[in-house]
Design a protein around this ligand. Structure first.
Ligand code: TYC
Length: 101
């Protein structure tokens, strides 16, 4: 009896996709004090005074500014916490999230 060994003709290559990142976006408003926005950016996003001031002033001038990118869960948690910090003081400060392209 002849044993035949059949080599597989197809190869399966497994790739792991990286999770899509989500942007946290700071939205301007007319009421939240500039210094408070800077304080929240420093506390929640671990920014220096300089970085936080640049992000705040960009949102102030252009309407919005991307703060940072994270995995979906982290982006949503940080946006909620930062928005809540404003609400606790009676400010309409808003952070939103959206997936990166
Ligand atoms: N526009 C606000 C003011 O003049 C400051 C501000 C900046 C508020 C950025 C929100 O996302 C913001 N007091």
């Amino acid at each position: 009896m002849i044993d035949t060994v059949v080599k597989p003709k197809t190869r399966v290559k497994t790739t792991t996709e990286r999770p899509r990142l989500h942007k946290v976006i700071l939205v301007n408003d007319d009421f939240t004090p500039r210094e408070f926005v800077v304080t929240v950016l420093k506390a929640e996003f671990r920014m220096t005074e300089d970085q936080a001031h640049k992000v705040m002033i960009t949102a102030h001038r252009r309407g919005v500014c991307v703060v940072a990118v994270f995995t979906k869960d982290v982006a949503e948690t940080k946006a909620t916490r930062a928005t809540d910090a404003g609400r606790a003081k009676g400010y309409p400060l808003l952070f939103t999230t959206e997936p990166e392209e």
